[in-house]
Design a protein around this ligand. Structure first.
Ligand SMILES: Nc1ncnc2c1ncn2[C@@H]1O[C@H](COP(=O)(O)OP(=O)(O)OP(=O)(O)O)[C@@H](O)[C@H]1O
Length: 544
């Protein structure tokens, strides 16, 4: 695209993508309303908006997953019909989804050519793809071993394969939906370098993210969506995170946590010498001990895949372990029939799992059914010996959804029809509203918009201030630092150390997260990023 990389060139070239008057409804929900947007070639364009604002729907229309009810799409100035993803690929559009669509037991190379060439031409195309992959890897810093199986790759590397797949299909326009949600900070930095390289080659990138610092760091322009409409498009250089937050939510948002000092009481949770070996015989926890008191938040920091998920699962009763756990001074069973979620709930433990779709919700169930999932044996919900009081449960669920600002606050909608952030709010509402003695909470704000993050953080703090104990697991260091009263760092199944948030910083925590306990000595790695990459280890892919 000659001249496209200059401001002047951008003015004169046809937009890489232009949407005119796109609308889409799902039954009564108007997910997109009369949306128009221009994205110029050779730019990175961000799209922000609250959960359920309609971002994924709009991109799914552009990629041929959904058919718009009205509107037109122009690619490179040409009106283009995109009835399916094949048509999108033909038009030079590639998409990297939040949940990757790779075949786990195929190699990188096989995944890249899958669907492009088949049968007798497969062998020739494997050789051709190997060459292309090598070139792409060199050109864009997209290194991955072409013969590695997907299941053996870290999440960051799997994402690179998705990008390679799109580039192999000659995508000029790349859409990334929440690409950093499951990445380590080092992997996210690497991704942004890749995006910059792609842009330098004239590719056009559309980036959906909830992280405003990412918008500020990498985009040229940014659009804000609100309640199905495109409400603003701005040059990134002329805006600020505060302005974007306000445009998204329609009010001022506190971009940091405002909390009172903790008033810790008696010890609620004691964990001693916990060991876990997974299904493949790999030791995931190697003797973990810590405690959490009433009225405090213990944050567990760590690169995903270092045992924190297994820890939450053991505490939540979804996985067996050896060692000792006491809650309010009483031992809880770590194996056998009393080591399940129901027994844990009976002991005052609530669990917001890291994977809301697989562990937190039954996607086909309605919201009200999900709102009592696990608590349905509670006598309060029984109408008589045989029947539950569904009408009362629906009414209570609707009120709880209102309090947690779940949108839409419709208890009869199936969980799968809520946006990701709203699904998260349903799980949080269910667990927090029962005021448990101990709340286990994993990645509470993954994929959640900033308005909702503020609300979720406040709800967790309110529970703390009501004298409850909270164990917070998060891969977001910022969240750990701002929410925790104490921080324990986990690496390779061991607690590497404990710190007070006021007496530490991201650098020291980063070193501990990479397994380096002597934080004064010069590390073996040149940068913290390299050390964290090593901690993520390609053989230990956390599944996001
Ligand atoms: N298949 C569907 N059936 C019914 N409603 C849907 C469907 N997909 C999306 N919706 C609704 O459309 C609206 C827009 O959803 P969309 O997923 O596009 O939002 P989003 O901005 O991407 O949100 P998030 O940031 O949470 O991913 C939401 O109200 C959602 O509940």
């Amino acid at each position: 695209m000659p001249g496209a990389d200059t401001a002047e060139g951008r003015q004169t070239a046809a937009p890489a993508i232009e949407l005119r008057g796109i609308s889409k409804a799902f039954g009564p929900v108007q997910a997109n309303r009369d949306i128009s947007l221009k994205v110029m070639p050779g730019t990175i364009h961000g799209i922000v908006g609250e959960n359920g604002a309609g971002k994924s729907t709009l991109m799914s229309i552009l990629y041929g997953f959904y058919k718009a009810d009205a509107g037109e799409i122009f690619v490179g100035g040409q009106k283009t019909l995109i009835p399916d993803s094949q048509a999108a690929i033909k038009a030079g559009i590639g998409m990297v989804f939040q949940h990757f669509k790779l075949v786990q037991n195929f190699t990188v190379l096989e995944n890249v050519i899958l669907g492009v060439e088949e049968g007798a031409r497969l062998k020739a195309s494997l050789a051709k793809a190997r060459g292309s992959l090598k070139r792409l890897a060199e050109e864009y810093e997209l290194n991955v071993d072409p013969d590695a199986k997907i299941e053996d790759l870290s999440v960051g590397h799997q994402q690179r394969v998705e990008i390679l797949k799109a580039l192999y299909r000659q995508a000029d326009i790349l859409i990334l939906d929440e690409p950093t949600g499951v990445l380590t900070p080092a992997e996210a930095d690497h991704l942004f370098r890749i995006l910059d390289n792609l842009k330098a080659e004239g590719k056009t990138i559309v980036l959906i993210t909830h992280k405003l610092r990412e918008i500020m760091a990498v985009t040229d322009t940014v659009s804000v969506m609100r309640r199905g409409e495109m409400t603003a498009t701005l040059e990134t250089a002329t805006t600020s995170p505060e302005e974007l937050a306000e445009l998204m939510v329609g009010r001022k948002v506190l971009l940091r946590v405002d909390k009172k000092p903790a008033q810790p009481g008696q010890t609620v949770l004691e964990v001693e010498d916990l060991h876990v070996t997974d299904e493949d015989g790999v030791a995931r926890l190697k003797g973990v001990s810590f405690h959490v008191r009433a009225g405090e938040i213990l944050g567990i920091a760590g690169v995903a895949g270092n045992g924190q998920s297994h820890l939450l699962e053991v505490l939540g009763g979804v996985r067996e372990a050896t060692g000792r756990i006491r809650v309010n001074g009483q031992d809880i069973d770590l194996t056998g029939k009393h080591s399940d979620g129901r027994s844990r709930r009976a002991r005052g433990i609530a669990h917001v799992p890291e994977d809301r779709q697989r562990q937190g919700l039954v996607m086909a169930f309605k919201a009200w059914e999900n709102m009592i999932l696990g608590y349905h044996h509670d006598p309060a919900y029984q109408k008589n010996r045989f029947l539950m009081d569904n009408a009362a449960i629906r009414t209570e669920s609707a009120a709880s959804m209102q309090r947690f600002d779940v949108r839409p606050p419709n208890p009869n909608l199936a969980a799968r029809n809520f946006s990701g952030g709203n699904q998260q709010k349903i799980v949080l509402a269910r667990e927090i509203e029962r005021s448990p003695d101990l709340l286990l909470v994993g990645q509470p704000t993954r994929g959640v918009d900033i308005g909702a993050i503020e609300f979720i953080h406040q709800s967790i703090l309110d529970l703390r201030d009501a004298g409850k104990a909270i164990l917070l697991v998060s891969v977001e260091l910022e969240e750990i630092l701002s929410m925790s009263d104490r921080i324990a760092v986990i690496f390779d199944g061991l607690i590497m150390g404990e710190r007070l948030p006021d007496e530490t910083d991201e650098k020291e925590l980063g070193l501990l997260m990479a397994g380096i306990t002597d934080t004064e000595a010069p590390p073996d790695f040149e940068t913290i990023e390299a050390a964290l990459d090593a901690a993520a280890g390609p053989g230990d892919a956390p599944h996001g």
